[in-house]
Design a binder for this molecule. Structure first.
Ligand SMILES: [Fe+2]
Length: 218
């Protein structure tokens, strides 16, 4: 039996560089916004869902335009992950998926219901939102499929700017709710998504075909 879902949270506002809001806002505005096809192997969307509209700042753009975030992923955040997990943690060697941004703009975008390929996921929220929109919802049942199932039996985590959470997204399916009905078309939700690995579940266990789907090459 898997353990009950839990997550660790750390306020990292004091280690973010001055002007981080401006940097994040500028980069998020130029995210790749479109209908993304469901992810092979990892999707937990209901069978009839083929695409989900959302935004992504790809890892190369993060590395070039947010060098401080790329660096924190491989230093302070890595240490916090190891502390939270109680075991040694590695960052990704492959720069194509180590740290990316997920961006939702307006009230129709949401993030796909899925499980992760990596054993430890770090999410650093960069925006605050009123209750009732934009929450990360993590299902308690590892076999749950579809948004409704997660909403029926899950934990909703409200984004707080500057808060970094760690959780087992490989075991527990999760998705991000659309922003609330009160959101304007220019309202954005921005979160950094970081892949972390352990010695029992190293980067080499990443499913075959996933890189080809995401990047066009293994
Ligand atoms: Fe995830």
């Amino acid at each position: 039996m898997p353990q009950k879902f839990s997550y660790a949270k750390r306020d990292v506002t004091n280690i973010l560089p001055e002007g981080w809001q401006k940097d994040i806002g500028a980069v998020a505005a130029e995210a790749d916004f479109r209908d993304f096809p469901r992810t092979p192997v990892l999707s937990r969307e209901a069978a009839d869902v083929t695409h989900i509209k959302r935004g992504r700042v790809h890892a190369d753009a993060v590395q070039q335009r947010l060098p401080w975030l790329y660096k924190l992923y491989r230093s302070d955040f890595l240490e916090l992950a190891a502390e939270a997990w109680g075991e040694p943690i590695n960052a990704a060697y492959d720069d194509r998926y180590g740290v990316v941004l997920n961006v939702q703009r307006g009230k129709t975008m949401r993030f796909e219901c899925h499980v992760d390929s990596n054993p430890v996921t770090g999410l650093l929220f960069f925006t605050d939102h009123p209750a009732g929109g934009g929450e990360l919802v993590v299902g308690h049942d590892p076999s749950a499929v579809g948004v409704e199932a997660l909403e029926r039996d899950g934990t909703a985590i409200r984004p707080r700017a500057g808060q970094l959470i760690f959780f087992d997204g490989k075991t527990y399916p999760h998705y991000a709710r659309a922003l609330s009905d009160g959101a304007g078309e220019s309202d954005v939700r921005v979160v950094a998504v970081m892949n972390f690995y352990t010695s029992s579940c190293p980067e080499s266990t990443r499913p075959q075909g996933l890189n080809r789907h995401l990047f066009g090459a293994d």
